[in-house]
Ligand binder design. Structure first.
Ligand code: FDA
Length: 456
């Protein structure tokens, strides 16, 4: 099949579909080519024996205004995460302790130290522009020190460091704290407004969409109709004198004036570019990689923890499941817990046979909520790292020194080709909000770049 469009978008995630929608509204013809048999990419709502489970992105926070606008435009409804009652913290002594508020109940000196460290980090984060972190006067220095080493310089209280590290390493970048830089960590916090916002689960994990966040890409795709083509992995993007020729599976060839590559950066190199991309681009792409996190759902007849006065929120830098929440669905009486197993702990879990892994993860949940947590009616582990068209979770980050070295070039086009995804966002970095912001931005850049007058 041969098609002709103004713009071809590669990838039907929130980013690609937002870009295609904006371009269509501006009067251009578009086609969105998607490798999978579904739209949404890292947004995926599935049902396991009748329980609705959001296997990918799900939470919406108050600062995520681009996502909130889209949710509203699409007529979707938000509901609040359950958060009544006390949270649980397990320190390095392995003892569960109940608490309220944001600061984990360690010893009074460690609690005070955590608060001091958060204050210092808030000060630094306020100096960082998430859209241009490489412009900070100390960017190179901060990009040359690991997040772990930076925290070691900041405090000699190991438990305070482990807790502060968790908010960025296990909980966001999903790589060990020695595997990415302090600048990358500060960008992560700046993208959410402040370090304090990241620490505040009630802020960052505020709301969910009734029926699941995947409805955002699904509704965008519905409006684009036949211009979204599924099961079409793009294999080659050729640059020509007047645009691109894109080759996808099923003998599909699309000629277009512009191409938007809206796939995660770790997959850029799965596409062949003819002629090859510029040398610096080739190298830059190799410095961006995804983290690793397993999102685990356990469904119970009732949210039994609520009767014990627990909110379902639980943390421990020392447990297999480093954070866990009440993830019960709107209008469903069943109780759902969601837990996360990140970076090297995920390595260890993935090395186990399935039944041993399940037992170890449920054991970790039982450490927070008691023995009842060991007996869910439904248990589902998300496996994004095995997904051909994602290969990790949640999103991409630079290796040491990469952000200061390459960051400013992330958004430059290569002739008619532009790259966009949540992984390249400043505000909303690694989140759906960032995917939508990048979709809007790249659409505006494409429009501005086209020589012919465009009817808006
Ligand atoms: P995305 O990866 O979604 O889309 C890219 C698309 O390109 C995919 O559909 C893929 O199949 C396709 N593709 C790849 N290669 C291709 C090729 N060669 N040809 C054609 N198509 C190709 N965010 C948030 O805001 N709140 C949250 O709670 C969470 N939680 C969370 C949990 C988990 C487990 C994950 C994995 C992720 C999150 N996130 C999140 C992150 C959020 O889901 C993510 O940042 C965005 O959905 C990314 O959207 P993009 O469109 O940028 O990429």
């Amino acid at each position: 099949m041969d098609l002709q469009r103004d713009v071809v978008v590669i990838g039907a995630g929130a980013c690609g579909l937002t870009a295609a929608t904006a371009l269509r509204r501006a009067g251009l013809t578009v086609a969105v080519l998607e490798a999978r048999d579904r739209v949404g990419g890292r947004l995926w709502t599935d049902t396991a024996t009748g329980a609705l489970l959001e296997l990918g992105g799900q939470w919406v926070s108050p600062d995520q205004t681009a996502l909130q606008e889209t949710v509203q435009e699409l007529g979707l409804e938000l509901f609040s995460r359950y958060r009544e009652g006390e949270s649980v913290y397990v320190g390095h002594d392995g003892v569960p302790r109940r608490f309220t508020g944001d600061i984990f109940p360690a010893s009074p000196t460690t609690e005070a130290e955590i608060e001091r460290m958060i204050g210092v980090l808030d000060g630094l984060v306020a100096e960082i522009d998430p859209d241009e972190p490489w412009r900070h006067p100390r960017a190179r220095e901060l990009d040359a020190i690991t997040w772990r080493a930076f925290l070691e310089q900041l405090s000699d209280d190991a438990e305070a460091r482990d807790n502060v590290a968790l908010f960025i390493a296990e909980a966001m970048i999903t790589k060990p704290a020695h595997a990415f830089s302090a600048l990358q960590a500060l960008l992560m916090a700046a993208s959410a407004g402040s370090f304090s916002n990241l620490v505040d689960a009630d802020f960052i994990l505020d709301k969910r969409v009734v029926g699941g966040l995947q409805q955002v890409p699904e509704r965008l795709a519905d409006a684009l109709g036949d211009d979204v083509l599924l099961n079409r992995p793009v294999r080659t993007v050729e640059r020509t004198d007047d645009g691109v020729v894109v080759h996808a599976d099923g003998d599909l060839v699309i000629r277009a004036r512009r191409a938007i590559v809206a796939v995660p950066p770790n997959l850029y190199d799965r596409i062949s570019y003819v002629p090859p991309l510029p040398a610096r681009r080739h190298v830059m792409h190799q410095h961006l990689s995804l983290g690793l996190v397993m999102k685990v759902h356990a469904v119970y007849e009732t949210p039994f923890w609520r009767a014990q006065g627990l909110s379902g929120t639980a943390f421990s830098p020392y447990a297999v499941v480093h954070e866990s929440y009440d993830n019960s669905n709107h209008g469903d009486p069943r109780g759902v817990l969601v837990g996360f197993v990140s970076d090297e702990k995920a390595d260890a879990m993935l090395a186990l046979p399935e039944d041993e892994r399940r037992a170890a993860i449920l054991d970790s949940l039982a450490g927070y909520y008691g023995d009842e947590a060991r007996h869910p009616t439904v248990y589902v582990e998300s496996d994004w790292a095995s997904e051909e068209w994602t290969r990790g979770a949640y999103a991409a980050s630079f290796d040491m020194g990469g952000l200061a070295r390459f960051g400013a070039d992330l958004h430059s086009p290569v002739g008619p080709i532009r790259f966009a995804s949540s992984d390249l966002a400043g505000h909303g970095y690694q989140h759906v909000d960032g995917a939508i912001r990048m979709g809007r931005r790249v659409a505006a850049e494409v429009l501005a770049s086209l020589p012919a007058p465009v009817v808006v």
